[in-house]
Design a protein around this ligand. Structure first.
Ligand code: 4AD
Ligand code: MG
Length: 447
């Protein structure tokens, strides 16, 4: 048998006889030629069968091969600029062909337009298509870049539990599960509170895992299960946190540009927009952001949009606000100093302005909106206890968290970056449901 290769490396084998193992993505017949687009997981390659080169049985088998059949193809690699595929530009002249399994003829994801619900019901098959394949490969690069950046900066990965005794981000979005004799446990909304314990042992830490929100919101930005990376740093204030955030996001975007240019191009992403993502990112206060939204609202003639942009100081931003705001910037914008009442219980108050807290959200450009939520944490024990009461949280469940403010409390900060929203922005795709292999939303836990 000739050299087994991965399609991703096809350019290295020009003129050589190779073998690929994969699945028939598409077949086109033209006179004495049959073109197979074969995918092997690493890429898509055009394989050409010429009737004159093959015995009749082999050519016949190729001509009748159903979509998604698993096959072993051998032949010589030749360069051809016109050859489609990923990477493309090379094709294989078939000399040998073996069918591992001829697929059933009723493949649901036949190559035509499908409705979104149908595609989602067939997510297990949809991921075979090049658009989904490209997005999920970019996702993998982002996951890797996140770890490389933080490990390189001296952060220690310390895993936090998924089953937790209480809310971290507000009680309205908790998933509850019966828990033996203990009553109830909740799926983690954030590893942050444990990260805060961990920095007192390790200085700089991060957790990285699935996160759960029983979100009632049915928007293109919300999942009930999503992945979040949460760095937490001792002796770090809000300004230092913003420096870290912009370096972090720049690193991720530049890594994707280095690694997945082909996938981005396949998705039709405007690369110049990503190339522009370099520090410094604009930083504006919540007060300024509200002012800006009011200006945008005044400028618009569309009555519907005008109504959606209503905002009063003190309210948190909704998707329409973020979308319009970010259209004003060509880089992610960091909005800091949100109203205390609109944010979680653990945020440090702004010195001299207790109605404002030392929080920062990073909003991605092109209308994508919040990808990061972060803050400087409250370091005072008594104020923290007061907040826990004000938010109606069970003091008992937070006893350990309060301990952190008794034994060596320091100023500290951290943030959480949502992987799926970051993938959506970097890939330039409309809806978050395509950024995770098997999306979970209020209406979907299948497949
Ligand atoms: O702003 P959030 O709720 O912040 C926290 O959970 C903090 N405890 C993080 C921290 O400081 N350690 O969530 C952080 C990010 C959001 O900016 C968003 O990117 C993502 O998590 N996110 C969601 N992504 C998809 N679906 C949802 N329902 C999300 N909720 C939050
Ligand atoms: Mg947030």
């Amino acid at each position: 048998m000739s050299t087994p290769i991965h399609v991703a490396d096809i350019a290295q084998y020009e003129g050589q006889e190779v073998t690929i193992r994969g699945w028939v993505y598409n077949r086109t017949d033209k006179g004495k030629l049959t073109f197979l687009l074969v995918r092997d997981g690493s890429g898509f390659a055009q394989c050409v069968a010429f009737k004159g080169d093959l015995d009749e049985a082999t050519f016949d088998a190729i001509r009748r091969i159903p979509q998604e059949s698993s096959v072993v193809v051998s032949g010589t690699v030749r360069a051809d600029k016109r050859a489609p595929g990923l990477p493309g530009g090379y094709e294989i002249g078939i000399s040998g062909f073996e069918v591992v399994q001829a697929a059933a003829l009723d493949y649901p994801m036949a190559l035509k337009e499908h409705g979104v619900d149908f595609a989602l019901d067939n997510r297990h098959l949809w991921i075979r298509m090049p658009s989904q394949w490209a997005v999920l490969r970019i996702r993998a690069t982002i996951m890797r870049a996140i770890q490389d950046f933080l490990d390189g900066q001296g952060f220690l990965r310390v895993d936090t539990p998924i089953l937790t005794p209480a809310a971290a981000e507000g009680t309205t979005t908790l998933f509850e599960t019966p828990y033996f004799d203990e009553g109830f446990a909740y799926l983690s909304q954030s590893g942050q509170l444990y990260n805060e314990a961990n920095i007192f042992a390790f200085g700089k830490v991060y957790c990285f895992g699935p996160t759960f929100r029983a979100e009632k919101s049915k928007t293109r930005r919300h999942l009930t299960e999503f992945w979040m990376v949460e760095p937490e740093i001792a002796f770090c204030d809000l300004d230092q946190l913003m420096d870290l955030e912009e370096e972090f996001v720049t690193f991720i975007v530049q890594r994707v540009l280095e690694t997945n240019r082909r996938e981005l191009e396949y998705l039709g992403r405007d690369l110049s927009k990503l190339e522009a993502i370099k520090p410094p990112f604009p930083r504006i206060s919540y007060d300024e952001a509200v002012q800006m939204i009011k200006e945008i609202q005044a400028e618009t003639d569309d009555p519907e949009k005008k109504a959606l942009l209503n905002i009063e100081w003190g309210q948190d931003f909704g998707s329409p606000h973020e979308t319009e705001l970010t259209k004003r910037f060509d880089k992610p914008v960091m909005v800091y100093g949100y109203p205390t009442a609109a944010k979680a219980f653990y945020m440090e108050p702004w010195p001299g302005r207790p109605e404002v807290c030392k929080s920062v959200d990073m909003l991605a450009p092109e209308g994508y909106g919040e990808i990061i939520g972060g803050s400087e944490r409250m370091s005072d024990h008594d104020l923290l206890l007061q907040r826990i009461h004000e938010h109606g949280l069970p003091e008992e469940a937070f006893k350990w968290y309060l301990d952190l403010r008794k034994y060596g409390s320091v100023p500290h900060s951290g943030f959480g970056l949502g992987v799926e929203r970051t993938v959506a922005w970097i890939c330039g795709i409309e809806h978050i449901r395509e950024t995770i292999p098997y999306p979970r939303t209020i209406k979907r836990v299948y497949p």
